[in-house]
Design a protein around this ligand. Structure first.
Ligand SMILES: *Cc1c(COP(=O)(O)O)cnc(C)c1O
Length: 388
């Protein structure tokens, strides 16, 4: 049997019989309906209301990060992080090539330049060792500001991503950011409920972004949040996500370019209900990852990507690594033919037309993982299902 057929047989046996099977479906219960209904009944559905405050408090408690500012989505949260970090047009921002395009687009929208770096086989996140060697070659510090000596542009920030819910090697990345005077931003969109050394994702960055899009581990329909331990950055983020309107009982005065980026109360109500279910959701996701690992343990040529050491992952998406690229497309198309959604990794960003001329470090690991990786159906509801 061809390897792609063998893999599909293993997956089919693990999944329930119904079709279609999505890549990552949300789950809703009575509590989601109750809080959403309560919010509708209150009439406070828009950008002011107690559910927004409650949701932010819940996120701060869960993550141990004092400030959470809820936003309309993860992309808006990242855009706000970049604004708060002082990113300006003409800056270069270091970020991984192997990530969702939403990590890079807010950078480009600000007139700054995404500069792509490679990831670490052991975490899927930015590789600190490789980054350090690279920065020694290309970076120079002048008056505390880091410059790319080839382009002459300031290297203002490093955005790291916790890919598929696995937390990158943050202590090492924090120390590189400190050495080079880079603002450190964590794109933790996929990493709610993920920890390294018992610290929640977002702990190390100056700022971090979460997403509650429909495909993430919990959802508010659309939504996101900014996390930070810094009081001033938090206040700035709150201001810029509420159109930078100065507090006044009636006057409409704005003192900066801000946006209507706050999460509506209606979405926050759903978020409060979803957050209550996170512990159970995490247990389901772990169980599904264990089931996949056991199912593929006997298959020599493939590897179910393991939880990185030191990391307690939310197992957002399960990743299967094939021996090479030869059967990836046949596996994906056979799975699609029977309504099981599997996907390759995101196309590495330096291969997309709008980023093909951007500066980049050598990207062998990103290229290799993209060529061989397939994301498996990972909805929490699949944790306990058995094939008929
Ligand atoms: C989902 C995601 C985003 C964007 O979040 P949205 O809420 O969809 O705007 C950004 N980065 C990564 C890595 C993501 O997975």
């Amino acid at each position: 049997m061809a390897l792609s057929e063998t893999i599909l047989t293993v997956v089919r046996e693990l999944l329930p019989p119904q079709r279609p099977i999505g890549l990552h479906e949300p789950s809703f219960g009575e509590r989601d309906k109750a809080l959403t209904q309560d919010c509708l009944d209150s009439g406070w559905v828009s950008s002011v209301g107690r559910y927004v405050d409650q949701f932010e408090q819940g996120l701060a408690e869960l993550t141990g990060i004092p400030h959470a500012v809820a936003t309309v989505n993860g992309t808006a949260a990242l855009h706000t992080c970049l604004m708060v970090a002082g990113v300006r047009a003409g800056d270069e921002i270091l970020l991984p090539a192997l990530t969702f395009v939403g990590t890079a687009n807010p950078v480009a929208a600000m007139g700054a330049v995404p500069h792509f770096v490679d990831c670490d086989r052991d975490t899927l996140g930015v590789d600190p060792q490789v980054l350090e060697v690279y920065l020694r070659q290309i970076a120079e510090l002048r008056d505390g500001v880091c410059y790319n000596r080839h382009s002459g542009r300031p290297l203002r920030a490093l955005v790291v991503v916790h890919v598929l819910g696995h937390v990158a090697d943050m202590p090492a990345l924090r120390s590189i950011a400190d050495d080079y005077g880079l603002c450190l931003i964590e794109d933790a969109a996929e990493a709610l409920g993920s920890y390294r050394d018992n610290l929640h994702a977002g702990h190390w960055g100056d700022l971090a972004a979460l997403s509650f899009n429909g495909n993430k581990i919990i959802t508010t329909g659309g939504g996101g949040a900014i996390l930070t331990r810094n009081d001033e950055l938090a206040a700035r983020a709150r201001h810029l996500t509420t159109t930078a309107k100065r507090p006044h009982p009636w006057a409409l005065e704005h003192d900066a370019v801000g946006f209507n980026y706050r999460l509506p109360n209606l979405n926050a109500a759903l978020g409060c209900a979803q957050l209550e279910q996170l512990p159970q959701r995490l247990a389901q996701k772990r169980r599904l990852a264990e089931r996949y690992a056991a199912a593929f343990a006997g298959l020599k040529d493939v590897e179910l990507y393991p939880e990185p050491s030191g990391c307690r992952s939310n197992h957002w998406l399960n990743l299967l690594l094939l021996p090479d690229n030869s059967e990836r497309e046949s596996l994906l198309s056979a799975a699609h033919a029977e309504d099981i959604l599997m996907r390759p990794f995101w196309t590495p960003l330096h291969r997309l037309p709008m980023y093909q001329d951007n500066p980049c470090a050598p990207l062998q690991i990103s290229e290799d993982l993209f060529a061989r990786g397939v994301c498996l159906p990972s909805s929490a509801a699949l944790a306990n299902s058995e094939a008929a």
